[in-house]
Design a binder for this molecule. Sequence first.
Ligand SMILES: [Zn+2]
Length: 414
Amino acid sequence: MLLKNATLIEGSEVEVLVEGDRIAEVGPSGSAIDGDADTLDLAGYVLLPAPAEPHAHLDKALTADRVVVQAGDLGAAIEAWHEHRRTLPVDDIARRAEAAARASLARGVTAVRTHVDVGEGIELRAAEALIEVRDRLRPLMDVQIVALSYPLTGVDGADNRALVRAALELGVDVVGGAPHIDPDPAGHIEFCLGLAAEFQRAVDLHMDEHMRASAVDLVDLTRLVGGSFPHPVTASHCVSLGLQAPGDQARIATAVARAGISVVSCPGTNLHLQARDVRTATPRGITALRALLDAGALVAGGGDNVQDFFHPLGCGDPLQAASLLVLGGHLDIPTAYRLVSENARAVMGLPANAVAPGGHADLLAVRGDSLQEALATATEDRLVIRSGRPVERTRVVREPLNRTVPADKEVEHA
Ligand SMILES: [Zn+2]
């Protein structure tokens, strides 16, 4: 397949030859690198590496209408959710999860890592539902499922430890956890790393999702991972790292990079849930992005919750997450997009999808002249290519209906 007249992030207009699930060749527009291939004209679109969602909760998605008032901070949201999750059957979870995943796909997401609640009240029902959805959507997107449970230590954690183990045996992909919600955070991390070593799985922990500057469990994680843990380790959120002095941020970020730990920032949920009681100069709840990037750590951006008990908005669109990384995290636009695309895929261990020869052909074309315009409008006018095959197209039709102003004046401010 030949993609014609596409604009790349750096502004050049090119044609892209895709063979199978790979990009075979990229040349200047009009060079007709393969006259025989099926063609797709992408004039008026910017062609991007497809984004990926490295931190979702598909089991919780699309439940915002079931709470009268949003609970507020993370603890209150967890309490309300844990009460609700008791009532959830497998089919309700699967239906919402698939709807949220497909909504993300329409916006260009061809890979999702989703956490799934495992524990008292929900047991393995959400895990069963997400495994069903993962397997059904496999031709359209890569879905990785992370077992999330707490506490995992002591007598109170015994049932959860058994359930996480059972979830992995059932087919969940990644070991998850949340050390900061456990009475023994270091013990929680040790259990997760031990289980990952036993099952030979990656680890992805909710890390330091709070505003207590004195507690940085990330330091324990870097120590316990060392440089020798053989499986990928991801720390999501890392909010309290952002509360440290610059020198401490740099020191911890260097240790994170050396340990090979990747970090996923979820600006939407953390802007919403953290520091709600601080009225003056309210902190943003976003990790130390600049220190981590300067240290050379692999950093990605995630959307996290979608219209649920934890976050009432969002639609699974990484362009929105990238916008928040620009506005709330002060990243430049290309870096913000890299965090939600190439870096997000790297966190998930998926093949790189740069628009260049050899790149995996998971691509997203967004209507607009530039990446800046795509992020600014976040238009739904998109075309999604999965493993070299177009799989979704959304067209936006604008119909100016007031003809009292001449048409050329209408476009002046478009
Ligand atoms: Zn999360």
